[in-house]
Design a protein. Structure first.
Length: 485
């Protein structure tokens, strides 16, 4: 039994809906096959984008989508991906399987995707192998209104109007695949490149994001904030949850894993709390008013690829274990609304902790997808301050929405159900409706033969309320949301 005391007088702050952002890289079958099939495909599509996938994504109201990478971003030359397909240059996707990239999905197709799913743009520019001029011209191509060489080229390619770009990342993992730089060197380069990332639309200034640390590289954060902090709006953080302790060797399987790997994965996912706390503390030194964001633009679980699939494609199944990782991580973000204003789970389709898996014309929604759906009303709600004495395996977040309150909780324990009492300080409870995502086996998942094994159900038992409190009995391996009026 644990109690969550809800202090509705002391809100933590707005939950920026962009923490529910996603990431789509030119990697494996994320873009090609997963999102883009081309207008001539037999798979039903609109302007080349799969109708089934777009419909599913609209239902989870993806607020923002990062593209084109990832490591791919620092080898991407945007001019290769515009104009008639027959004239688009091909390249080798060196980071991801060495396959040929035909550049049929480029800037115009990305904005078509955003328009279809209703998401905002987060473009990641190329610092590793691109020039300042190339980056400047891309921003001009996308956002310049009126007449200019790049605006004219965009119009010639069929889009006279500029597109809004909300976020612009200057390099990706510049300490690794993005150029193996030292923080001092990157920070100087950042200052230079960002100078030419101009705001062509003063009404919608770009939010500029610098490459931040991997995991616990606190030195990187300190140096970049010290040298370039004045010139950035956000600094990224990448942290993946792995069942094995290190990156070397095998990470562990997505399915049929031992109990110990459930436990170690949850530990790894929970490290996000310390990472955010400590990187934020460094940012506080340079930005005490918390104007700059810590942008967790890559997070999620990472396993060995599914047997028989291309190791460079990072295709993995997704289970109730991943749903628990998603829920506990989103809770951590919601506890840090003062610093974390944008996050992007990796990745959207067919790669790592995906929302959606496809196989030819078939498509399934993963348990992670359903967490994003169940948490929808947290987007742009007000996170409330809570005190609790919850068991170690249970985490929660409470928000005030325009319809009432949303309580979300996860029990990532393997054996015990937990009773959780939510005590409201002032609110008089009149109704409570619950939804549960649950399984009794650790690797329960959806696949193309059985697509609906794990999906949310209305809670018909284990949920009671009186005027001052709501009590939930949450089984092990479960995610629950309760809408309270
Ligand atoms: O998401 C897969 C890869 O993980 C990204 O390309 C890279 O930025 C990170 O190392």
């Amino acid at each position: 039994m644990g109690t969550v005391y809800i202090d509705d007088h002391r809100p933590l702050g707005r939950i920026n809906k962009d923490i529910y952002g996603q990431f789509s890289e030119h990697l494996g079958r994320c873009i090609y096959g997963g999102l883009w099939v081309g207008p001539d495909s037999d798979i039903p599509n609109t302007n080349g984008l799969r109708n089934d996938v777009v419909t599913a994504l609209k239902d989870i109201q993806v607020p923002v989508l990062r593209w084109p990478g990832g490591c791919f971003a620092d080898e991407y030359h945007w001019q290769d991906g515009i104009g008639p397909n027959s004239q688009r240059k091909t390249m080798v996707n060196n980071n991801w399987g060495g396959v040929t990239e035909n550049n049929h999905f480029g800037t115009h197709e990305y904005f078509e995707l955003l328009q279809q799913i209703g998401a905002a743009a987060y473009i990641n520019g190329n610092v590793g192998s691109g020039t300042v001029q190339e980056m400047q011209e891309w921003v001009e191509y996308m956002t310049m209104n009126g007449t200019s060489p790049m605006a004219d080229l965009r119009a010639k390619n069929g889009h006279p109007d500029p597109w809004p770009v909300k976020y612009f990342g200057v390099g990706n993992e510049s300490w690794g695949c993005g150029g193996n730089m030292r923080p001092e060197y990157y920070a100087d380069l950042y200052r230079r490149y960002q100078t030419f990332v101009r705001n062509y639309d003063p009404a919608h200034p770009l939010t500029k994001i610098a490459c931040g640390p991997s995991n616990d590289d606190y030195h990187w954060t300190d140096e970049v904030m010290k040298i370039a902090g004045h010139y950035l709006d956000g600094i990224s953080l990448h942290h993946y949850a792995l069942p094995s302790i290190t990156w070397s060797g095998k990470k562990g399987a997505a399915l049929s894993f031992p109990e110990q790997e459930w436990v170690s994965l949850m530990q790894s996912a929970n490290e996000m709390e310390e990472l955010i706390t400590r990187h934020s503390a460094i940012m506080d030194k340079y930005d005490p008013d918390k104007k700059k964001s810590l942008v967790v633009d890559e997070w999620g679980s990472w396993y060995d690829v599914e047997p028989g699939t291309n190791p460079g494609f990072l295709y993995q199944q997704n289970t109730i274990r991943d749903a628990c990782v998603a829920a506990l991580t989103l809770h951590i973000f919601q506890h840090h609304v003062d610093r974390v204003h944008l996050a992007n789970i990796a990745q959207m389709v067919n790669v790592l902790q995906a929302m959606i898996l496809t196989d030819g014309a078939k498509m399934i929604k993963t348990p992670t997808y359903y967490v994003f759906k169940m948490f929808l009303d947290h987007q742009d709600a007000t996170a409330l301050n809570t005190q609790d004495d919850l068991p170690d395996t249970v985490t929660t977040s409470v928000s005030k929405t325009d319809k009432g309150y949303l309580l979300s909780l996860v029990n990532y324990g393997l054996t015990a159900a937990e009773e959780v009492r939510y005590a409201f300080q002032t609110h008089t409870v009149t109704a409570a409706q619950g939804e549960i995502l649950h399984s009794t086996t650790m690797d329960a998942h959806n696949d193309f033969e059985a697509p609906d094994v794990v999906q949310p159900e209305a809670m018909t038992a284990g949920l009671t309320h009186d005027a001052h409190q709501v009590t939930v009995t949450i089984p092990p391996m479960s995610v629950v949301t309760v809408h309270v009026q």
